[in-house]
Design a protein around this ligand. Structure first.
Ligand SMILES: Cc1ncc(COP(=O)(O)O)c(C=O)c1O
Length: 411
């Protein structure tokens, strides 16, 4: 899709008013863009129940509640995300406790909450699920196994999660033995093979390769008495941060559905970034200009404690002045105010006309933005706002200074 109907539309008037009334930095999510982001997936997949939004991308309750209303499910990685999903209104049956490393108590929390499925990704989790399965309130516990397909895919090495040396999941040759173990256990029902290749993917062939491998496993598991009912292909579809050519969910869904033609297996998708990334922006004010390495730099009131993606992955997001134009050579750096040299928001920008006090909007910050914010340097985390054509509202206030030491004691 090139018209980006799922991108936030935040007017300069609104952004100025937000800066005046709420201050900066601030995250703003466009309601229509969130709805359009999930609608693309529902239109592609057909059935919202086959989609589990990956909560890790954005756990704001107001955003989750918008997604819940669309009828999709949710994939949660931790008891914390599980509690947020419930607080946002997701019924337990629409929650998948996903295939990231989990403690025994996390597996147990998912079982006791009655989630729709738990994806297990280590022997330790398998044994925990078997031990606690009798606490599942709805009959046999539906489980999946995460496979590590040994495929390199992802926008950055830290975002590649399906490699042979990744820390997630089982190597394919271990699956039959683990599946058998689950199939023969009391009150457990293995039903799903899952993988998650990585994040920021723009092509379908890695998914096709992984599905090919899953189908060979499906064949070898057919005789176990617990045939595979579902392939969970994880998330990972990226957005075009440098432009407007976002990979289409429909492209992925059609390619995989064609591969499964005639095979009685359902597909599950766990998109995060591609649903909400375009819907959010981070508003920041320029504190001052300086020179660094002979180049102009803008130091802003938002830093990597608010938005970590550049510091973590070198991710470059569009950063635009709320008023005014981009001018000159692309050499301006955009920096945060904390005490780390790596506190960078963007490099090589045409922001020569920007002056201290001006507002900048860092675009496409709706995924892996606020959720990765920290309190380093005792910086209160920024507020989160929902906006639509009629106005905006704060859905999570800026943290106060007292919030910074809540629960701490001086002994
Ligand atoms: C198991 C699993 N599913 C889904 C996702 C979502 O990925 P993305 O936001 O790239 O779509 C992740 C991201 O880490 C994940 O680990």
């Amino acid at each position: 899709m090139n018209n980006l109907s799922h991108a936030a539309r935040l007017s300069p008037d609104m952004l100025n008013a937000i800066a005046d009334e709420v201050g900066t930095p601030a995250y703003i999510y466009d309601v229509l863009a969130v709805e359009a982001g999930i609608r693309r997936w529902i239109d592609a997949v057909g059935d919202p129940a086959r989609i589990s939004f990956a909560a890790k991308a954005n756990t704001n309750l107001a955003v989750l509640a918008l997604l819940e209303r669309s009828g999709v499910g949710i994939e949660v990685a931790t008891p914390g995300e599980l509690a947020r999903a419930r607080a946002a209104g997701f019924p337990e049956g629409r929650i998948v406790l996903g295939g990231v490393p989990k403690s025994e108590s996390a597996v147990r929390a998912g079982i006791e909450a009655g989630v729709g499925m738990i994806v297990l990704q280590s022997g330790h989790e398998v044994e925990a699920a078997i031990r606690h399965a009798s606490s599942y309130p709805h009959g046999p516990l539906p489980v999946g196994l995460r496979v590590r397909p040994g495929i390199r895919a992802g926008a950055h090495p830290s975002l590649e999660t399906g490699r042979a040396d990744a820390k997630f999941g089982f190597a394919p040759d271990r699956i039959p033995e683990v599946w058998e173990r689950l199939a023969s256990a009391d009150r457990v029902r293995p039903r799903t093979l899952a993988f998650h290749l990585g994040s920021g993917l723009d092509a379908v062939d890695p998914y096709e390769q992984a599905v090919e491998l899953m189908l060979s496993l499906v064949k070898s598991l057919a005789a176990t008495g617990a045939p595979v009912a579902e392939l969970d292909v994880g998330g990972g579809l990226g957005i075009d941060y440098a432009g407007d050519r976002d990979p289409e969910p429909a492209m992925l869904v059609e390619a995989l559905a064609a591969r499964l033609e005639g095979v009685p297996i359902e597909l599950r998708f766990e998109p995060g970034r591609s649903v909400v990334a375009r819907a959010g922006g981070l508003l920041t004010r320029v504190l001052y200009r300086r020179e660094r390495n002979g180049r102009p730099a803008l130091v802003c009131d938002a830093g990597y404690t608010d938005f970590a993606r550049n510091a973590l992955y070198g991710a470059e997001h569009a950063i635009v002045p709320v008023e005014g134009e981009l001018t000159g050579e692309p050499i301006v750096e955009v920096l945060g105010p904390t005490c780390e040299s790596g506190d960078v928001l963007g490099t090589n920008r045409r922001l020569h006309a920007v002056r201290p006090g001006d507002l900048l909007l860092l675009r496409d910050a709706g995924a892996y933005g606020f959720v990765m914010a920290s309190n380093y340097n005792s910086r209160p985390r920024p507020p989160e706002l929902l906006a639509n054509r009629d106005g905006w509202k704060v859905v999570r206030p800026r943290e106060s200074l007292e919030d910074l030491w809540r629960g701490e004691v001086i002994s």
